[in-house]
Design a protein around this ligand. Structure first.
Ligand SMILES: Cc1cc2nc3c(=O)[nH]c(=O)nc-3n(C[C@H](O)[C@H](O)[C@H](O)COP(=O)(O)OP(=O)(O)OC[C@H]3O[C@@H](n4cnc5c(N)ncnc54)[C@H](O)[C@@H]3O)c2cc1C
Length: 459
């Protein structure tokens, strides 16, 4: 088997590489290798069973065509200030221009024309004033919201387009290794079979972060340790978030609360959304959130995240965060833990029956009440508590005693692969994209990295 371009991973970064190559009229032979299923065969059983079934060999939420995008909330962030550090590599102007270009591709494949967060500048000014008073920065970021169910349909159309245009996609196939000879990548190994390729693109997402780390060590691919974010998923009633939900859809707030002055930020806000569980291959259960376009809950959820970096003598951020996650999973007996904010302030755990005393009911029914502070490190927990107090000045009621905090909320950002602005690694013919490259953290940023890669490879 011999291909011009082999792409590992059919997430947004991988598929937009192929989409752009086709748009440029490239006749190159493209193979996408994806360990999961076609998008139409991806079904999370939880909607029937009510609880996570820990699907094997892979979680449907994070693997398969469109990657972590298929079941994601489908919020396309239209500002280059959001979604990762790619603009540092390619420049802000290129990033913003490519966002506009890629947004049009999403529209062509059926994304909703409506853009959130631009219609009420006066209200936005008022919210920013409150944020300034609370020592928080409000980041402007227009959002195109696909919604989980619409995202699946949109990606199904892209899948069909790629297949109809002659792109080969090997589903249910994990890439085990890359073939490197004399500093040049010559292809990949899948289940012991060699597949030759002139150019190899690794776009394995957060799911593939551990695998890529091993590949980097084995083949001497230049990289440096990435960051991990450790935090909580917060859930409140929609009434509390009404104003920011309506005006901004997603309030991106950043603060540096006392006493540590670490960066703390909000992330992935889901008005009327649902808290979700995500399972990694090694059994780690982490919390996330999403929202549908048409089915709404009474609650809004969002993540509050603190970044953690390490240097010497320890530089394994992913391992550190996993230990925190394992501790939380252990305390929850394998489930996601949930605790009321007021109980945290009182230094007590939350009991199951106490959850029913509140206006806000957990939208993740299999989360178990407990004590997240027994798992989250002191510094991180203090940052979160003080940040929530500051957000309460912008969104009154946010620091209510009944506000729910779920754990573990972990964001693994993979090692940062060293590349030039054309996405060349130190191994000739090898490129790394999207969340697995450590340069992106979101759908749009991963997609534009794919588009730019597609342009490079079309020539
Ligand atoms: C529940 C949830 C909600 C989210 N909501 C949003 C949101 O609203 N907005 C937003 O911007 N971002 C959101 N995200 C993040 C977003 O989905 C990711 O940033 C984005 O999908 C990254 O794209 P990617 O192509 O880099 O990787 P991924 O989408 O992770 O795709 C990587 C693919 O590679 C495959 N793979 C991995 N290893 C191998 C291997 N060895 N061989 C073959 N295939 C392999 C995986 O199966 C996967 O399909 C969400 C994520 C989750 C999990």
């Amino acid at each position: 088997m011999n291909y011009d371009v082999i792409i590992i991973g059919a997430g947004p970064a991988g598929i937009f590489t192929a989409v752009e190559m086709l748009r440029r009229g490239s006749k190159k032979k493209i193979l996408i290798i994806e360990k999961g299923q076609p998008v139409e065969k991806r079904h999370c059983p939880k909607s029937q069973t009510g609880k996570c079934m820990n699907c094997k060999p892979d979680c449907h939420i994070t693997t398969g065509f469109s990657g972590a995008g298929a079941f994601s909330d489908g919020k396309l962030s239209l500002s280059c200030e959001v979604g990762g550090t790619l603009p540092e590599l390619i420049g802000e102007q290129t990033a913003q221009e490519t966002i506009a270009y890629t947004d049009n591709i999403y529209l062509e494949f059926g994304a909703d024309e409506h853009v959130e967060g631009i219609s009420n500048p006066d209200k936005i000014r008022e919210i920013r004033k409150k944020a300034i008073n609370a020592s928080l920065k409000l980041v402007d970021c227009p959002i195109r919201h696909l919604g989980t169910e619409m995202a699946q349909q949109l990606y199904a159309r892209i899948e069909k387009h790629l297949l109809d245009s002659g792109v080969e996609i090997m589903f249910n196939t994990a890439c085990d290794d890359i073939i490197v000879e004399d500093g040049v990548c010559k292809g990949v190994f899948c289940s012991g079979n060699a597949i030759s390729g002139n150019e190899t693109v690794i776009a394995a997402g957060r799911k593939g972060a551990d695998w890529l780390e091993k590949i980097c060590v084995a083949h001497g691919i230049g990289h440096r340790p990435g960051t991990v974010d450790i935090g909580v998923r917060v859930e409140v009633r929609n009434e509390v978030m009404e104003e920011v939900n309506e005006v901004l859809y997603e309030s991106k707030l950043i603060g540096y609360p006392a006493p540590f002055r670490n960066k703390v930020r909000t992330f992935c806000q889901n008005p009327g959304g649902f808290v979700a569980q995500e399972n990694y291959d090694d059994g780690l259960a982490v919390v996330n959130g999403h929202s549908y376009k048409n089915i709404k809950s009474d609650n809004t959820n969002l993540a509050i995240l603190c970044s953690h970096n390490f240097s010497v003598p320890f530089n394994q951020p992913i391992e550190y965060a996993k230990k925190v996650g394992e501790l939380a999973n252990m305390l929850g007996n394998g489930h996601i833990l949930v605790q009321r904010y007021g109980d945290i302030l009182d230094g007590k755990r939350t009991w199951e029956k106490e959850l029913s005393f509140s206006n806000v009911k957990p939208s993740l029914p299999d989360a178990v009440a407990g004590d997240i502070t027994a798992a989250i490190p002191y510094r991180t927990m203090t940052n979160i508590i003080n940040f929530i107090k500051a957000v309460d000045d912008v969104v009154p009621g946010f620091a209510s005693r009944e506000t729910l905090l779920y754990s573990p909320e972990l964001k693994f950002y993979s090692n940062r692969i060293k590349m030039d602005e054309h996405f060349n690694t130190n191994i000739k013919g090898l490129h790394c994209l999207g969340d697995s490259s450590g340069w992106t953290r979101g759908l749009m940023m991963a997609s534009i990295m794919g588009v730019l890669m597609g342009r490079e490879l079309s020539e």
